[in-house]
Design a protein around this ligand. Structure first.
Ligand SMILES: [Zn+2]
Length: 260
């Protein structure tokens, strides 16, 4: 019996406000469903480096801009969604730092427990499936990051940041974030039948954040090598969800090869 084939129609990276070559893309993995020879088309969309640019406003020039802004990107996402039966939306991080609004929420009128950070308030409206943690997420310290992320109504993953337990023993290290997630995604196949597929999501940050944000991170977290971390967790993901396709590994290794 043939397996459901997942075809990624088109991947768009929307609204790269400030391109950051160090951002490590998240890697979605798709499950081969055990049914019926049908085919599922799934559009994957990803935003990255929003850097607090939620509206199309240039805070430095103090005027609206047509150059960037998540409010504009949201229209593109809605249009892209409406073109297909099945789509998913991810974000690759670098969300809470990067413009005066970010500084305002972190420092001038600091976010309090129970408040939702404006970045997540906007993103929550767009039904994100998951997000990774970006390297700039650490710029205001770990406590602010954790407080901010509480407002997200979607899972946020990172696999290679660990609590610094002060010993040299690798085997007892504990992840600082949820390392990966496996989502149940309801899709409609080309026969019009609803199916649920499994989508694994894992994300990494550049280990260099230990130096870039040493004042915020030293003694609190350690960051491990991306490839080593992927080799540790991907088999765990496959063990937990055996239907995850080996295509995942191909996709992951291509991604790492391109970036590292
Ligand atoms: Zn960035």
């Amino acid at each position: 019996m043939s397996k459901t084939r997942i075809k990624v129609l088109k991947s768009i990276t929307a609204a790269a406000v400030v391109l950051n070559l160090l951002a490590i893309p998240m890697v979605p993995a798709f499950a081969d469903s055990s049914s019926s020879g049908s085919k599922v088309n799934l559009r994957i969309m990803e935003t990255t480096d929003l850097h607090v640019n939620m509206v199309n406003y240039d805070y430095y020039a103090d005027k609206p801009t047509d150059e960037y802004g998540f409010a504009k990107t949201a229209s593109l996402i809605k249009a892209a969604r409406s073109e297909v039966k099945n789509s998913m939306l991810f974000d690759n991080g670098d969300l809470i730092q990067g413009n005066p609004l970010g500084d305002f929420v972190a420092k001038v009128k600091p976010l309090t427990d129970g408040e939702v950070h404006p970045v997540y308030k906007a993103m929550n409206l767009m039904d994100y499936d998951a997000s990774g943690v970006g390297n700039h997420e650490f710029n205001y310290g770990l406590d602010f990051l954790k407080l901010s992320e509480k407002g997200a109504n979607f899972p946020i993953v990172n696999a290679n940041v660990y609590k610094d337990d002060g010993d040299k023993d690798d085997s007892n290290d504990v992840n600082y974030f949820t390392p990966y997630t496996i989502l149940n995604k309801k899709v409609t196949d080309d026969n019009g039948k609803e199916q649920t597929i499994k989508v694994g999501v894992i994300a990494f940050v550049p280990p260099q954040i230990s130096q870039w944000d040493s004042a915020n991170l030293e003694g609190k977290v350690i960051v491990k090598d991306i490839v080593e971390t992927a080799k540790k967790f991907i088999p765990q993901m496959k063990k937990k969800e055996p239907t995850l396709s080996s295509r995942f590994l191909t996709l992951a290794s291509k991604t790492f090869h391109r970036l590292l």
